[in-house]
Design a protein around this ligand. Structure first.
Ligand code: PAF
Length: 291
């Protein structure tokens, strides 16, 4: 695998491989099995179309609304390089902050996120998605990918990046990939590295409650399900729940009819989203409730 630390050198490499489709996986490093599965999906596609698999590792300071979270973000670069090499990634870009955000760079395009930028993660992490959009726009312009692989664990981010691609009229296909889970159901996340084994057992309650919501979606009203789910999570003193919500996975709107899921729209699109802290580590997860 080729590793580039300078955007100019990476761009020169892209000129060498011009004409081949680029399959891109943007990351912040601390790679886990979820990232590896994104790379594997990209590698399979690249085998078919003769493309290049490119990853980036860049811990984007603009998307951290909490400076402690930024300082604590796990860093394991040499292990990441090994994992990417093993997964047959062709090229890695690991730029510096100054290179990604040079002082002379034009300001990033403002994307109108409407509801996508107001609810759940956007509400609890002010400025987060603006930071994500700033870096993703910059990375997309540097890498010029044909395909971008993103995990469904960050479902709202996925929806927002789709909107960004649409609004900026970029010819990029966003490929959503299923959440990879540990044996106890905990969604793979770089932040799991900050958790002890005991914390990870506590974290499994999040997936447990999502599954419970799924089991109830045709039996009880949404209000009732959410009320009970919240109470169950609150019973665990090690979990500090930020939100648990059921929304339309396309629009991220809540369902106006909070009765038992019954309309075709609800049956097709209901997804439950949860965010909680274990100590100072913030975890999110989501699950499609029907289908
Ligand atoms: O999901 C992530 O790791 C980041 O938000 C992303 C998309 C790489 C942007 O920094």
């Amino acid at each position: 695998m080729r590793v580039f630390y300078k955007i100019s050198e990476f761009s020169a490499y892209l000129c060498e491989v011009a004409g081949r489709p680029i399959h891109f996986i943007p990351t912040m490093g601390a790679l886990h099995r979820g990232h590896v599965s994104l790379i594997q999906t990209a590698v399979e596609a690249a085998h078919k179309d003769g493309g290049i698999v490119a990853a980036s590792i860049f811990v984007n300071p603009k998307q951290f609304n909490d400076s402690k979270d930024f300082m604590n973000y796990p860093d394991q670069f040499s292990q990441d390089v090994e994992a990417l090499t093993r997964a047959c990634c062709d090229v890695l870009l690991k730029p510096s902050v100054e290179d990604v955000y040079p002082s002379e760079a034009p300001p990033s395009t403002e994307i109108s996120l409407s509801r996508l930028g107001e609810v759940m993660e956007a509400r609890h992490r002010p400025g987060h998605f603006e930071g994500v959009c700033a870096v993703v726009e910059r990375l997309f312009r540097i890498v010029s990918p044909s395909y971008v692989y993103m995990g469904e664990k960050d479902f709202q981010q996925l929806a927002i990046i789709r909107k960004l691609v649409q609004d900026l009229d970029l010819s990029i296909e966003i490929i959503p990939c299923s959440t990879v889970r540990m044996d106890n159901g905990v969604a793979m996340s770089s932040r799991n590295l900050l958790l002890t084994d005991e914390d990870l057992e506590t974290a499994s309650a999040l997936y447990g409650v999502l599954q419970w919501c799924k089991s109830q979606i045709r039996n009880q009203s949404i209000d009732h399900i959410l009320h009970t789910a919240y109470r169950r999570l609150r019973e665990n003193p090690k979990l500090k729940v930020e939100y648990i919500e059921i929304r339309n996975e396309r629009s991220l709107a809540t369902f106006s009819n909070t009765g038992i899921v019954s309309t075709p729209e609800m049956v097709d699109r209901a997804r439950c989203f949860v965010a909680a802290y274990i100590r100072e580590v913030r975890l999110i997860d989501n699950l499609k409730l029907t289908g």
